[in-house]
Design a protein around this ligand. Structure first.
Ligand SMILES: [Fe+2]
Length: 482
């Protein structure tokens, strides 16, 4: 209970530091909003703050509550529509093709933007969200970057572009986009300490671990409840194979982030990754059962689905029997088998369909992906379907069927392109492990030699990894490492 009180106190301090967020305050910050409604501006600020801090302000009804109150306060407030539509899309759980309500909301935003004399910045925000909705993610980022060139403290453009670069696997852009605006974020600007956390994530994903750690620690000293900076630290320990340090860090910081509902589950996932690294599979399953599975069932969020599938699949590759856990995941993932919003998500859904032995849904996902690959249109993800997404998904099926040579033939040519499907280095390691496991179990001699090469490479990149050491022992037992 003490930790919950502490969390709330930190939040109060954070909120106190914010200036009055009415129309004049936004104008004073150089980011005017086209509305005369104080209430709408206040709720826009509350929405942006919750997005950046990964929090859910219950007194305002969370993000959804803020959006509906904001629309009630000023139905014509275009930036209110921009943040609501943008966040609905960036959650990657739905799209305008799947959700008539979102489609209508987008049309309303576009119509309002045509009727009003918006600022150039606001027009660019509308156009960027429109591009994202069409699946043209790189074009959306170009528009957000145009905003940031002139308005480097536009947090909404910074966060939307950051998250979209993440989906694109554009690691350098994810880092440099924040680097360009970072000097403009004076400590007095609201949410400035969170920019350190955002920047540190880009530094970490481009292997600049020392710089990433320094900034994340600075952000955490300003606000220990900054769950995104905790998350960056979790990645730094993961990438350096500092398993004991990572476990100690997660344990000591847990009171600060365990109630950050949107990111807490993912931070527990990172915690469990250390345990898988150590080979403490039962302890990893305990975290899964106590935190990850309950969060998945409660929220059905994309991140929770990806985390659940990734964790169970990694444990299975380690030879762990996960019991009937896949059966519990299936009802959450199955409704998304035909969505195809992100190929990265599709590959994770497929793990659950395979794990639950739902062959009909496996075929449904593959056949609808094949259809998509034949007429991808301008959607960036759909364009990657034929060359990257489908081979990856087919490889998962081949491994399930015991056709390891075939799986290697599918994975090897695309291994350096899987990054184009987005996600973090730590998340995509499940696919690296898939290739190693498939190669180790191959019949063909050339593929078995490949397993040896891949393990040498893995050991060089992440020295001291107990998981790699176990794989090397397994390969040695099969006479692959002589
Ligand atoms: Fe992560």
């Amino acid at each position: 209970m003490a930790s919950l009180v502490q969390l709330r106190d930190c939040q109060k301090v954070l909120n106190k530091s914010l200036p009055s967020p009415g129309p004049q305050a936004w104008k004073d910050q150089g980011l005017p909003l086209s509305t005369t409604s104080n209430e709408a501006c206040k709720l826009f600020d509350a929405s942006l703050t919750q997005y950046v801090t990964w929090s859910n302000e219950e007194s305002l009804g969370g993000l959804e509550g803020c959006f509906s109150k904001m629309k009630a306060a000023d139905p014509t407030f275009v930036m209110g529509h921009v943040i609501a539509n943008g966040l609905a899309l960036i959650g990657t759980g739905t799209s305008v093709a799947l959700d008539p309500g979102l489609r209508l909301s987008m049309e309303t935003m576009m119509e309002l933007s045509r009727k009003q004399s918006l600022s150039e910045r606001e027009k660019l925000h509308v156009a960027a969200v429109e591009m994202f909705a069409k699946g043209c993610l790189p074009k959306a980022c170009t528009l957000w970057e145009r905003i940031l060139q002139d308005y480097p403290t536009d947090m909404l453009a910074l966060k939307f572009s950051h998250d979209t670069y993440f989906y694109l696997g554009y690691q350098l852009q994810m880092r440099d986009s924040v680097a360009r605006v970072f000097p403009h974020w004076a400590p007095s600007i609201p949410l400035s300490s969170y920019v350190k956390g955002i920047y540190s994530f880009g530094l970490m994903e481009t292997n600049l671990y020392d710089q990433a750690e320094r900034l994340a620690r600075e952000a955490l000293s300003a606000d220990p409840t900054d769950a995104w900076s905790v998350h960056t630290m979790a990645h730094v320990y993961e990438m350096r194979a500092q398993v004991q340090d990572g476990l100690a860090f997660m344990q000591s910081s847990e009171p600060h982030w365990k109630d950050r509902d949107m990111l807490a589950c993912h931070n527990y996932w990172h915690w469990a990754l250390y345990l898988i690294e150590k080979g403490e599979h039962e302890a990893a399953l305990t975290i899964y059962d106590q935190h990850i599975a309950p969060s998945l069932l409660a929220t059905g969020s994309m991140l929770d689905m990806v985390d659940s599938c990734s964790m169970l699949y990694r444990l299975q590759m380690e030879g762990v029997h996960v019991g009937d856990r896949w059966q519990a995941v299936l009802p959450v993932t199955k409704p998304h088998s035909r969505d195809h919003i992100l190929l990265f998500n599709d590959a994770h859904f497929l793990m659950s369909f395979l794990g639950a032995k739902d062959h009909g849904t496996v075929q449904e996902l593959l056949s609808t992906l094949q259809d998509l690959g034949q007429s991808p249109g301008e959607n960036h993800q759909h364009r990657l379907t034929r060359e990257v997404g489908l081979p990856l998904c087919q490889a998962l099926v081949e491994v399930e069927n015991g056709n390891h040579d075939r799986a290697v033939d599918l994975l090897l040519p695309i291994r350096y392109r899987i990054i184009e499907l987005g996600g973090s280095n730590a998340q995509r390691d499940v696919f690296n492990q898939l290739l190693v496991h498939a190669a180790v179990q191959c019949q063909q001699k050339c593929h078995r030699n490949l397993a040896r090469s891949l393990l040498i490479e893995r050991d060089a990149l992440k020295p001291g990894s107990p998981l790699t050491a176990r794989l090397i022992r397994k390969a040695s037992s099969l006479h692959l490492m002589e």
